[in-house]
Design a protein around this ligand. Structure first.
Ligand code: ADP
Ligand code: AMP
Length: 211
């Protein structure tokens, strides 16, 4: 958990690869549905474009489906979910049904101005999904993806005015949930998610007890 741009996806991918378990990011699952132009995708898009949260039942349905996958049997990482109390309670019910418990909730803490800087500086290649950062990791040839020659672009919801909405939604709906986990029996690991990607990864590994 953590505000948009805190690095959850970046670090979650690395940890998932290291632990050889799948990572389910509700944002990615929703963007897939949008790309497929499914009825669910068309409904979700209305909320995503404005930085609002997609309705809880839609998101819970996607997570429920993902956790049915045989590859999730050895464990999984959830990224960007839960984001509301209803989702957290829904997740608990889903896990109970499967006889599972969360090992930990990891909270990525970054100042808002860093979130804004990271998100407005992100460019994604529509061809291969490669992610660039204009400040530190731009493609070698301006506007051309190093991997596939595509044209990296800004995510629609990374525009500054939408990022402001996403941060407001985070403060209102998700931040209280972090505090809720802090009071629950689930282990809440707090990470100062600033510094380089490698530095944050080292902090994450030690927080989750991977040597
Ligand atoms: P989240 O999943 O929390 O929204 P992402 O992992 O998608 O965040 O990262 C958002 C942007 O910030 C991406 O462009 C990513 O490359 C960049 N980023 C992630 N971690 C760092 C970091 N430690 N320093 C600088 N940029 C970062
Ligand atoms: P993300 O990729 O995590 O930044 O999410 C992008 C957008 O997808 C968000 O701004 C929401 O509109 C939507 N979204 C992702 N995850 C959730 C969730 N758990 N609950 C509701 N909406 C979500």
């Amino acid at each position: 958990m953590g505000p948009p741009g805190a690095g959850k996806g970046t670090q979650g991918d690395r940890l998932a690869e290291r632990c050889r378990i799948p990572k389910y990011a509700t944002g990615d699952l929703l963007r897939d549905a949008v790309r497929l132009d499914s009825p669910l995708g068309r409904e979700a898009r209305r909320y995503m474009d404005s930085g609002e949260l997609v309705p809880d039942d839609v998101v819970l349905g996607l997570v429920c489906e993902a956790l049915e996958s045989p590859v999730a049997r050895k464990g999984f990482i959830l990224d960007g979910f839960p984001r509301t109390q209803v989702q957290a309670v829904g997740l608990q019910a889903l896990l109970e049904e499967k006889g599972l418990e969360l090992d930990a909730v990891v909270f990525f803490d970054v100042p808002e101005e860093e979130s804004v800087r990271r998100l407005t500086g992100r460019r994604v290649c529509p061809g291969c999904g490669a992610v660039y950062r204009v400040q530190t990791n731009a493609p070698a040839a301006a506007d051309t993806c190093d991997k596939c020659g595509g044209r990296p672009e800004m995510r629609e919801d990374d525009r500054e005015e939408i990022v402001s909405s996403r941060l407001r939604v985070y403060r209102e709906s998700t931040q209280p949930l972090v505090e809720w986990y802090g009071r629950s029996s689930t282990s809440l690991l707090e990470l100062a998610a600033v510094g380089s990607v490698d530095e944050v990864y080292d902090k994450l590994l030690s927080a989750v007890g991977c040597s």
